[in-house]
Write a protein that binds this ligand. Sequence first.
Ligand SMILES: NC(=O)c1ccc[n+]([C@@H]2O[C@H](COP(=O)([O-])OP(=O)(O)OC[C@H]3O[C@@H](n4cnc5c(N)ncnc54)[C@H](OP(=O)(O)O)[C@@H]3O)[C@@H](O)[C@H]2O)c1
Length: 398
Amino acid sequence: MVLFAGAGTGVAYMVRRIAILGSTGSIGTNALRVIEALGSGYSVFALSAHSSVELLAEQARRFKPKYVAITDADNQKRLAELLADLDVEILAGPESLVAIGELAEVDIVLTAVVGAAGLPAVLAAARRGKRLAIANKEPLVMAGELLVKEARASGGEILPVDSEHSAIFQAMQAGRPKEVAKIILTASGGPFREVAIDDIRNVTLAQALAHPVWDMGPKITVDSATMMNKAFEIIEARWLFDVPVEKIEVLIHPESIIHSLVEFVDASLIAQLGRPDMCLPIQYALTYPDRVAGIARAPRLEEIGKLTFKRPNPEVFRALPLAYEVARVGGAAAVVFNAANEAAVEEFLAGKIKFVNILELVEHCLNKHDVKTGVSLEELLEADAWARREVTSVACSA
Ligand SMILES: NC(=O)c1ccc[n+]([C@@H]2O[C@H](COP(=O)([O-])OP(=O)(O)OC[C@H]3O[C@@H](n4cnc5c(N)ncnc54)[C@H](OP(=O)(O)O)[C@@H]3O)[C@@H](O)[C@H]2O)c1
C-alpha cells in the first residue's frame, strides 16, 4: 500500500495497488469497472490475459498498469506492437502469472483466470502475504488446505469473490466460528433445474450455455448447468470457512437474491441479499473491512415479491453427492474431480462429447484413480495431468 498527501489538504491517503489475473474475462472486466468507480484509493498495477490481446491492450491504455502479462506467449509480439508507446513492462508465458502474483508493490491479487491454470500464481501470492481476492475457485478445490496454510503462515488473507462465499463471509460476521451450525449454499439451479433425469440426456451445447440468471464465461456456465460449480463451492466453503462438509447444504433458489446463509446454533439464519451482479462481491473483497458506495444497486424486494427454495435432485445433479464423497476421501480426489471436469467440459464445448458424458467421465476418473491421502503438490499436479489424459483418451475412443 502507498501513502500520498491529498493536494493542499495535508491529509494522507492510502492507495491499494491491485493485480488482476484474468482481466479480460467476465470477472476481470467487472473488476475493472468496480475499480474505476472506486476512484483514487485503488490503482491497477498489473493485468493479465491468455490470448485476448486487443482487449488487454485497450485495458492497459485505459488503466496504465506497470505490468501486463500474456500467458499465451504466441501473442507477446502483437501485444508489444500495440503497446509500443506505453511505459509498461510486458511479461509472457504461463509463468508470468506467478511473477505478477509475487510483485512486491502489489497489495491485492484478484484471481479471475479460469481453471487450474491459476494455481501456481495463487499459491505464490499466498506465500507473499498478499490479500487474495479469489474468484478462481479451482485452486481452492484442488489445494485448499495448502493454500489456506500458506496464507496463514505469511500473514496473508483470502477473501472470497464468489457471490455465495462472499455472502457466507458477510453472514459469518454475525457470530463466532464455533457458533456456526450449518452453511446453506444457494444455487440458481442453472438452465436444467426443472429438467427430468431422462431429458437431461438430450440437452444441447446451446441450451447448456443459456444460463437463466448469470452472464459468465463458458466454462463456469457449463459447470452451472451440471451443478459442478456448486459441487466445487461445497469444497471451496469447506476450506475457506474451516467447516466440515457435513455442515454444508445446497438449496436451489431460482431468483438468486439470497446469495447464501449461515445458520447459527441458536437457530438464527443470517443471509446476505443482493442483485445477481458480481460487482458487489468483487468490491467487498477489495474494500473489506470497509463498505463503500459503488456501482451495485440494492434489490427492490417489493418488485421481486417472493423468494423460493427447493432441494436439488442428486440423481439429476450427480456432481453434488460426488463433492461430499471427494471431500471425505481427501488426498488427490479433489484434483482428479476438478481436472477431469475441466477436460470433459473442454471436450463438450468443442462438440466432441454429450452433456451427460461430462459427469460420466468425471466418475470414471474418480473410480480409476488410486487416490491417496497426504499427497505433495507434485503428486497433486501428477494426478491433475493423469485425469486430463484419461478424459482425452476415453473421449477419443468413444
Ligand atoms: N463469471 C462469474 O460470474 C463468476 C462467478 C464466480 C466465480 N467465477 C470464477 O472466476 C473464474 C473466472 O471466471 P470468468 O467467468 O471470468 O471466466 P472467463 O470469462 O472465461 O475469463 C477467464 C480469464 O482467464 C484468462 N485465461 C483463460 N485461460 C487461461 C490460461 N490457460 N492461463 C491464464 N489465463 C487464462 C482469460 O484470458 P483470455 O480472455 O485471453 O482468454 C480471461 O481473462 C473462474 O474460476 C470461475 O469459476 C466466475
